[in-house]
Design a protein around this ligand. Structure first.
Ligand SMILES: C[S@@+](CC[C@H](N)C(=O)[O-])C[C@H]1O[C@@H](n2cnc3c(N)ncnc32)[C@H](O)[C@@H]1O
Length: 235
């Protein structure tokens, strides 16, 4: 194919613009990661160290209302590997009896050392790492992922969706529930809209099976804004 000189220059400019966009995106992601490390996560650690409610019966009572409201039964993942993504210091995933719980929690080691009522040692495995990190041994090995009140706390939502897509078995399911709010603060650095979240989910390849707004008997949200919950399958 022969290009005229203006054609060639246009194509060259387009490639240049794409490269610049990539570099800017990478730069922004690095800024987000630095802020997450320096501000969000230290705040999160203090929150869990001082949040004594998680040490009361109310925590599992609320979890049961939440999970039953989303349509889950306690025995449905018996003997199966499930991920509690951003599990915090107490495992909501213990709602599921006899499941093999894998916690992915960047503050996992800190919670085990410093939160007296943590129950992370009840998990089959805990990866003390952010969910943006790809964990090879989980690829294709997981029946169910639950991620409650975490997506507005991370630094790269797209990468996390990409990883979750890799972890699920063909017939697996991903429960993604998050507060949506436009405003951000140091502990909630991700600003999402309902449409932005759906666009990101679709871009990652997941299919949305069902969605709900609010948390039924539990209220409107986990802390602020309005909670949206999506149940996702690979196809
Ligand atoms: C509000 S707590 C929710 C904990 C738990 N899911 C619950 O519902 O009780 C948010 C949790 O997300 C974790 N988190 C923050 N950024 C994360 C990331 N990039 N990957 C995985 N977890 C993350 C935090 O460390 C914190 O434990």
């Amino acid at each position: 194919m022969v290009f005229s000189k203006p054609d060639f220059i246009c194509r060259y400019c387009l490639v240049f613009v794409y490269k610049v966009t990539d570099v800017v995106e990478l730069f922004m992601k690095n800024i987000a990661k630095t802020a997450w490390k320096k501000e969000a996560q230290p705040g999160e650690l203090i929150f869990h160290q001082t949040n004594e409610w998680r040490n009361t019966a109310g925590f599992m009572e609320q979890t049961i209302k939440l999970m039953e409201g989303f349509g889950y039964k306690r025995t449905m993942f018996k003997g199966q590997v499930i991920i509690d993504l951003g599990c915090g210091s107490k495992l909501r995933s213990k709602f599921f009896t006899d499941a093999l719980i894998v916690g992915i929690e960047p503050l996992g080691s800190d919670f085990i050392k410093t939160v007296p009522w943590n129950d992370l040692n009840d998990a089959y495995k805990v990866f003390s790492a952010p969910a943006e990190k790809t964990i090879k041994e989980l690829e294709g090995a997981v029946k169910f992922i639950m991620c409650i009140n975490v997506f507005d706390h991370m630094f790269d939502v797209d990468k996390v969706l990409e990883n979750c897509y890799k972890y699920l078995q063909d017939d697996g399911e991903f429960l993604l529930s998050v507060d949506i709010h436009k405003e951000t603060n140091p502990m909630h650095p991700v600003s999402l809209t309902p449409k932005k979240l759906v666009d990101k989910i679709k871009k990652s390849g997941f299919k949305i099976i069902r969605s709900t707004k609010g948390l039924g008997l539990v209220g409107d949200n986990y802390g602020h804004g309005i909670a949206y919950t999506h149940v996702l399958h690979l196809r």
